[in-house]
Design a protein around this ligand. Structure first.
Ligand SMILES: [Zn+2]
Length: 427
């Protein structure tokens, strides 16, 4: 933990958490020369070093002034607040604070402080407080995000997030990067409740909103990306900023997604693989922290749009292909039907030429029988009706061949002739 400030020539300086024995001895000697003073009551300060608190300043005889007592109390509450965090949390806060202090030395319009120190009367503290000309920021780092206390943590974080907003301060969250649950082939990420609660809405997210809103009416939009959606709400792109330590460098991983499931499991549509940027770049100031690399974002959006266009072209091409195949099939069927009709016509004509038959090679339909009888025995409409209602139900429609055989074998000249034979057969 960073311990009390001291003032030397009106400059505020922090003590490091740990120091070598020599360094501690040296700092104590300097304190005795009365060069350190309390920024609140201007009393001379001494340097102390303990297991628990590390290196810190103290008023003489432990007679802390009111101001520094308030800060002390705030610090205790803050320590309780971050009890659940991993050891990395303190390391990250230290590094981020250093980074921001360097920036604030260059940029005089920027002011940086520890959250509990600046806002000691707040009920919830950001780790770091930043004041810019146009806005105030509450930077918080969350570590140890795990399934066991996910919902509880989500509740705490939501409450803190709301609290900062109510105080007119914009919350910026960084999450310790652990294993992420990504289904790569589905472009899907499963988020913790806590992660969903602190996802940011930045300028880049809004640019993605516009792109997606223009495309999402395409019923195949999610199919293009193989994403199993349950999407029923408005387009809402969000981003998460994972933070981790690599080779003495702090890196931020930018992960952008389209909010989807709002019930467990919290599946979201991953817009790209995400990318890493040096921490200093993430904290570049442009009306707040940049948090992203705008060139990479532009490129990702182009790739995203290209993919949609390509998939849509493929779909159109496939539809064209299917339409062509269907047409070809219909033509083929038409050809076949025509050939069948012609073939049958020929057979019927042959049947008409015959005076007796050995065997009819096809099964005559009733319509074909009608046609043959019309030609052979001049069957009238009335006779046809009689045949249909009186005889066919008994003979069976499937046996039209029999009727024709009777006509030929008995050389019937008219319907009366035929009737005689039919009646005889059905007796
Ligand atoms: Zn004091």
């Amino acid at each position: 933990m960073r311990e009390a400030l001291h003032v030397i020539d009106n400059e505020l300086v922090n003590l490091p958490y740990s120091a070598t024995t020599d360094e501690v001895a040296n700092l104590k000697k300097l304190a005795k020369k009365e060069i350190y003073q309390c920024p609140y009551c201007q009393a001379k300060l001494i340097v102390k070093h303990g297991e628990e608190r590390g290196l810190y300043f103290s008023h003489q005889h432990s007679e802390a002034c009111e101001e520094s007592r308030i800060i002390d109390r705030a610090e205790k509450r803050y320590i309780k607040q971050i009890e659940r965090e991993s050891k990395l949390h303190t390391v990250l806060v230290d590094i981020i604070l250093d980074e921001l202090e360097i920036k604030s030395k260059i940029n005089k319009e920027m002011y940086v402080s520890l959250g509990y120190r600046e806002k000691n009367d707040w009920k919830e503290y950001p780790d770091i407080y930043v004041k810019l000309p146009m806005k105030e920021l509450a930077i918080s780092i969350i570590t140890n995000v795990n399934p066991t206390d996910d919902s509880k943590l989500a509740q705490q974080i939501k409450k803190r997030h709301e609290y900062f907003l109510n105080k007119g301060v914009e919350p910026v969250w960084f999450i310790e990067k652990k294993e992420q649950a990504i289904e790569k082939e589905k472009n899907s990420i499963i988020l913790w409740d806590a992660e969903l609660s602190i996802a940011s809405k930045t300028k880049e997210d809004t640019k993605w909103d516009i792109l997606i809103s223009n495309e999402i009416d395409d019923e195949d939009f999610f199919n293009y990306f193989n994403y199993p959606t349950t999407f029923t709400h408005d387009v809402d792109v969000k981003s998460l900023y994972y933070i981790f330590n690599t080779d003495e460098k702090i890196v931020v991983r930018v992960q952008r997604f389209l909010k989807d499931r709002i019930m467990k499991p919290f599946r979201a549509f991953l817009l790209n693989e995400g990318y890493e940027i040096p921490f200093a770049d993430a904290l570049a100031i442009e009306d707040g922290f940049m948090l992203s690399n705008s060139e990479i974002e532009e490129e990702y959006r182009k790739v995203f749009q290209d993919k949609i266009n390509q998939k849509r072209d493929e779909k159109a091409e496939q539809q064209r292909h299917e339409e062509e195949t269907r047409k070809k099939r219909l033509e083929q069927e038409e050809k076949e039907r025509k050939r069948n009709t012609e073939e049958r016509e020929m057979i019927l004509n042959n049947l008409l030429q015959q005076n007796a038959i050995d065997k009819i090679r096809i099964e005559l339909t009733y319509n074909e029988l009608k046609r043959l009888l019309k030609e052979k025995i001049s069957l009238t409409q009335k006779e046809q009706m009689e045949l249909w209602t009186k005889f066919m139900p008994k003979i069976g429609l499937k046996n039209s061949n029999i009727v024709w055989e009777i006509v030929l074998n008995n050389n019937c000249k008219n319907f009366s002739d035929l009737k005689v034979h039919l009646e005889k057969m059905l007796l």
